[in-house]
Write a protein that binds this ligand. Structure first.
Ligand SMILES: [Zn+2]
Length: 460
């Protein structure tokens, strides 16, 4: 069903009449809400070590958005956050709120962050590791308390609204993401690589009400939200502009962004606010092509599954090498080495495995959404889509989901080295690079969950 632009007045009336009332148990139902999570007081912004002061002003509001979909006894609450990351302690508290206050099991909750580099720090630990004044760590902690109350609010509002809806899926394309791993004689540099792999798909889930009006749209893209650079103003980067545009064009609808496997993808160009606005408009335009397309509705069936995949680390460097690093004039290198030496003091000590959530949701028996934690590189999008492909089906791969802390390199990226494989670990509180089997472990978990949720393949 295509969305009708002319029916908005009638739709508002229907929302008032239907909201909270009995719904058709045989079909899809949905509730959706949006709540501002713009910091109420000055904070230090996350993502760029180059910033020299706290946030100064707001370019775009930051929001928490929720969409709760239900069909045939299955339920999924998608919560999207205009934030850079979801550290483990924050994720645990979100899961507890969803469970204790809203009755949602962990597998029924998909939290995704846009990875905007214009949002607040959400970890006092990161503030300390970056060598910033502890006052910003206390601000990060009080911001997290504020954020959790807003997440509670947005989940409650979405769950309180239960509308009969039609759900459809389509995929558009958008071309501004570019690979950022440039091979050079000195190794991989963090610079645009037009010949490197990308994922330009824009998967879209369209949710329309009985009158055919858009009430929610979920879309994905695999690209860092870093077009704006280290501005001091709070902003959602290109994602924030795309969301603002879609919600302005569809009054009453909630737009939700699921960051894809963009760990090694940057927007191009990425110079300033103008670039961020242009990319946001381009992405919103791609989404609109699906919103207004003639698409069949998905059958009202929904299955979800979740597991935590343990990722092992490579053996730590020899202690004398760590000692040399601990004396480095680079504060990040020195603090990281000192932490590793203190945390694993004996030669042969092994850090515990790093948890990576792997979640699968299957809509209508045909659309498989795989949501990986961390910042997966684009190789995961290509491999998961290829290996889960099925006749008549579609595969959507999100990253930055649930617990989001570190880059997730593929076997190729790990072997090549460079920022996402090895260089970034000192900025992300990881003891060191992951072991060589990282991709094998993740793909095994993806296949396990997909098989569990999809059920046995249909007989030929
Ligand atoms: Zn990143």
């Amino acid at each position: 069903m295509a969305v009708s632009r002319g029916s908005i007045g009638a739709v508002l009336l229907v929302l008032v009449t239907v909201g909270g009332g009995p719904v058709d148990a045989a079909g899809w139902t949905a509730g959706m809400a949006r709540v501002s999570i713009t910091p109420p007081e000055p904070v230090w912004l996350a993502g760029y070590a180059a910033r020299s002061g706290p946030a100064d002003g707001v370019l775009t509001d930051l929001n928490a958005r929720a969409l709760v979909l239900e069909a045939d006894g299955g339920r999924l609450a998608v919560v999207t956050l205009d934030l850079i990351e979801i550290p483990a302690p924050l994720h645990e508290r979100i899961v507890a709120i969803a469970r204790d206050r809203h009755g949602l099991a962990a597998r029924e909750l998909l939290v995704n962050c846009s990875h905007t580099h214009g949002g607040p720090m959400v970890s006092a630990r990161t503030v300390a590791e970056w060598g910033l004044d502890p006052v910003w760590g206390r601000r990060a902690e009080s911001y997290v308390d504020h954020l959790l109350a807003r997440i509670d609010e947005v989940l409650g509002a979405a769950l309180a609204k239960r509308l009969p809806v039609t759900v459809a899926h389509g995929t558009a394309r958008c071309g501004f993401a570019i690979n950022r791993r440039l091979p050079t004689p000195d190794g991989i540099r963090l610079a645009p690589n037009p010949d490197g792999p990308v994922d330009h798909d824009v998967p879209v889930l369209r949710v329309t009400d009985d009158a055919g009006a858009l009430c929610a749209v979920v879309f994905g893209y695999a690209c860092h939200a870093t077009a704006l650079g280290p501005t001091a103003r709070v902003n959602g980067d290109y994602v924030g502009f795309a969301l603002e545009r879609l919600e302005a064009d569809h009054p009453g609808a909630v737009a939700l962004f699921l960051a894809g496997c963009g760990g090694d993808q940057d927007p191009a160009p990425r110079r300033d606010e103008h670039d961020a606005r242009q990319h946001g408009l381009a992405l919103a335009g791609a989404v609109e092509r699906v919103v207004f397309a003639d698409l069949p509705g998905l059958a009202p069936r929904l299955g979800v599954g979740l597991e935590t995949c343990p990722l092992a680390f490579a053996p730590l460097p020899p202690r004398d090498e760590l000692g040399v690093r601990a004396a480095s004039p680079d504060g990040f290198v020195a603090r990281h080495a000192a932490w590793v030496l203190a945390a694993w003091p004996e030669a042969g000590d092994r850090p515990p495995d790093h948890p990576l959530p792997v979640q699968v949701a299957v809509f209508g028996g045909t659309l498989t959404l795989v949501a990986l934690g961390g910042e997966p590189v684009v190789d995961y999008a290509a491999r998961v889509k290829a290996e889960l492909a099925a006749p008549g089906g579609s595969v959507w791969v999100a990253g930055y989901s649930n617990f989001v802390h570190a880059y997730v390199p593929s076997r190729r990226v790990l072997a090549e080295g460079g920022y996402e494989g090895t260089g970034a670990v000192i900025y992300q509180s990881l003891p060191g690079p992951f072991a060589a089997d990282v991709e094998d472990r993740i793909m095994a978990a993806v296949h396990r969950q997909a098989a569990a949720v999809r059920g046995p393949p249909a007989a030929p």
